[in-house]
Every structure is written in structure tokens, then in C-alpha cells.
Design a protein around this ligand. Sequence first.
Ligand SMILES: [Zn+2]
Ligand SMILES: [Zn+2]
Length: 556
Amino acid sequence: MTAGLRVLPLGGLGEIGKNLTVVEYEDRIVVVDVGLRFPTADMVGIDLVLPDFAYLRERADDIEAIVVTHGHEDHLGALPWVLRELGEHSVPAVYGGALTMAMARSKLDEHRLTATPLERLEAGHTVQLGPFELELVHMTHSIPDSVAVALTCELGTVVVTGDYKFDQTPVDGKPADVSRLAQLGARDVLLLCGDSTNADRPGFSPSESVVGPRLEEVFSRCLGRIVVTSFASNIHRVQQVVDAAASLGRKVSLVGRSMRKNVNIGRQFGHIDVPEGLLIPPREIEDLPDHKLVVISTGSQGEPLSALRRMAHRDHPAVELRDGDTVVFSATPIPGNERAVNETIDRLYHIGCDVVTTADAPVHASGHGYVEELKLMLNLLRPRYVLPIHGDHKRIRLHSQLGESVGMRPEHIFRGENGLPLEIDGAGARFAAREQSGMIYVDGVDIGDVADVALRDRRMLSADGIFVVVATVSEQDGRSVAPPEVIFRGVPAQEAPDGELVDEIRATVEASLRRAAGEEIREIDLLQEILHDDLAGFVYERLRRRPMVLPVVVEV
Ligand SMILES: [Zn+2]
Ligand SMILES: [Zn+2]
């Protein structure tokens, strides 16, 4: 049994995403956040990246609870996988705010995981979890219901900030609970694990509520239709778009599944207020005059099958963009998504749209505090030790320097890494022996090989050969009109497809095309993307190899 407190980050340090921090006392564990991250371009064929939680699997019996700070994917997204891998019953409960738990519920339902209780905990209330008392502290961020987590044990309090900014004029009028943070600081904060995302930006972050008036300015100059794209979870941003549209006499239509879902959840919990009669369903968009419409759409990150990407490919069933329309990017690309976003923007220009991004007008505000806000957090909590989290190495280092700048002793500031536990007891704090950490790749719904094995395979595409699949579809309705042709080259002889496998590949292609036709996906590039993903998954399942899969769709 380890004496004292142990804090082990399994994700979020030295990277952007997949935040997961393990807090242990007397061998009992509370996990704060279980996030995922999205693959970078070199992770060929990977859908999602999870933290390696082998450590939790070994310690499954010691877990008291998982606490989730807010509903973003990089904090909540790995929950279904963690519960599935650890066994739903090994996690007694998951805690978080009401909206966060509603989002968790909808995620777990999709994965048919219903056994683990999701407990709403209001900020300011406490619950006992083994040797810890858990309290959530209300914070401001780019999604409502964001909290910092305070875990108090005999040794003192650990605060994990979650993502935060100190927005003095948040859209919902509920600023961060600064007085509670100060009270905790006056007691005894042993350790602060703080968000480092904007540790490189001087000053204070602009308030979310400055975005609304800027959007209205931009809107007022538009003569055609307006499409605004943002994160579906940024409910307050959606509210501001709705307000700006309403004040200029434009109707609003929500496009994209996650946009409609999040706005619905947001309305249920009173985080968004839409005037009666303002919303129109997507199928009525074409009936409205151009100057009477604002579309709020998913796709701000250039995601392949998102509504905006389909509009940019002139392949959206409800919105056909044209010359004179304006598309506003009310978001900045997450590192790694720049290429997809730029490609989408260029296609929009090709169609004749005007494009407004944060480079042209302040139509976005970050949800993460800047340098002065990180210092404010340090000064409010006055922690004995600091372990900056949620940032690449550069930002972790900058955050550490901020600790020194507000007068903390350098030896009390720990620049951590994923897998490196910080142990604290009466004698002090120090890093202990490294634990297993890393990445797990998810391919479709299957958890793939750990670490670089899968990637190494993929980089050796040449070794696994190539499949070319030619599908012929009808121009009218996108349905398959001839048996798909399957050609393969360079696939190792012993694994080369026999007649039976070729038939199965054909069946997979037919199934994908049927599904795409059902979703009214027509654009050739998108069809090919869908075929690629489905076939790559199927071939891997059958051959345990990853040949390059090259679908070609021909319209007749
Ligand atoms: Zn966040
Ligand atoms: Zn985050």
C-alpha cells in the first residue's frame, strides 16, 4: 500500500486531448476525466485515440468513481470504452453536472452500456468516495456545466481544474465560483492540476459575450444566406447566433445530427432559449428568401461527413450553397485539423461563398483562460504543489513558469508526463516509478492494437498490398447497378482473396452503398470515403492485414 497521495496522469500531458488523471489515496482511486483525442493525418485509418488505461484495468477493484468535469470529447469521450474494458460493474458510479451526465447518458446508450449509475452532482454539494470527499466547483468554459474537481483527503485537497476561463460576463450570467476557490485556497490546497491550453497567450481571454455583437455586425453586412459553423456543444455560442439572427429578422435552421441533439439537450436543461417560431426545419430552408435565413451547422473542423463538408461538396440534401452566401467559422481548428478545414474553406470559395473566419473578425472566443487567468487560479488556490496538465510540453513548461512568477518555489512545481505518478506525503512530493501509459487506437468499433504496432503496419502498406474496388452506381438514386469489381495486387499469396472472400467484399460494398443511399449521400468523394472505411474494416477483420483500400465509384 502506498502511503500518501498519488496523482497519475494517463493522458493530456505533452499532447492535446485524451485527458485522464488518476487520483489515489490509501490505494483507493478516483478517476478525473476519461477523454479521447482525434487522430492526426499520419494515423492512417484510425478513427479515435484513447489513453492506454491498462493501469486502471489492473486496479479495477480499487476504483471508487469516475468524475467528469464537462461534456467535451477530450474529457468524456473515452467513457464508453473505459466502462466496456473495465467491466461496467467495476466502476461504482460516474459523477458530473446535469448536462455532462445527460451527454454521458446519450453516449453510453449508443454503446448499449446501461449498468453504471450516472450521478448528477451539483456544484457546491459534496459526496464521500472512500477516503475522498468530492466537491465540484462551477467554472466557465465553452460548454455549460463545466466544473473544477476538488478531492479532499486527510492530507489535503487536490484540485483538478478541468477546462476553464474566468469569464466575468458569461452568456448565462453565471461566472466561475471565485469565492469558493478562494475558500478552498484559505483551507489547504495540497496540489493543483491546472489547464495549460492557453499558457502561451498573454493577458485575459475575451468574454464569450463579446462574440454575439461581432456576429451581428458580420450578419448585418450579408445580403445572401448565412451559414455559421461551430462546435455543437458550444451551446452559448449557438444562443448568440440565435439572438443575432432574431434581431436581424432571420429564421434559424439547425443542420447536422450532433447540432440538433446538443441544442435539444441544452434546451431541456435551460441552457439555451430560442424564441417561439424562430427555428425552421431543414426541409423548409429552400422556401425562405435568402436574406431571411441563418443556418447553424456542424463541420467547423472539416470533419469528413459533417453537414458543412457536404455543403462544400454540394452534396447536402437540405442546403445548396450558392454565389452570395456567407459561411462564418465561429471556431478555430483544433491542431491537426487545419488541412481539412482549409480544404473545406477553399471549396466554399469555389462555389462563390464569402467565408469569414477568426482571421477576419472576432467571431470566436477561446474557452480556455489566458496567462493572467492561470495566475489568478494559482493565487486563489495558493496550492503547495502544482502539476500543470492539459497541454503540450511547451504549454506545460510555460504554465510551470507562471507558478514561479506568482512566487511558488520551483521545487514545488512538477512538469509531468503521461504515466509519471506524483507522490505526496508528509515529507514532500516527488515523481515515482513510471506506469504504463500510451495510446490505444480505435478502428470502427474495435479497440485496436496498442501503440505503434498498428501504425507500423500501416506505414508498411506496401507489404500488405492494395485492393481496388470499382462500384458502379446509378446517377439517379445512388444505388448499385452492377456487381462491384474487386482487384488486388501485392497481397501476400497465402492471404490473397479466394472466390468466397471476393463475394463477401462485394456484399460489403453493396451494404455500404445502400446505407449511403439511405442517407442521401451522393457526392463521389464522400461515397468513396465511406466505402474505404467500411472495406478497410472488413478486410482487416478477415485478413488481419491492412492493405491499401482504393474504392472507385463510377456513376452511370
Ligand atoms: Zn473543454
Ligand atoms: Zn479539454
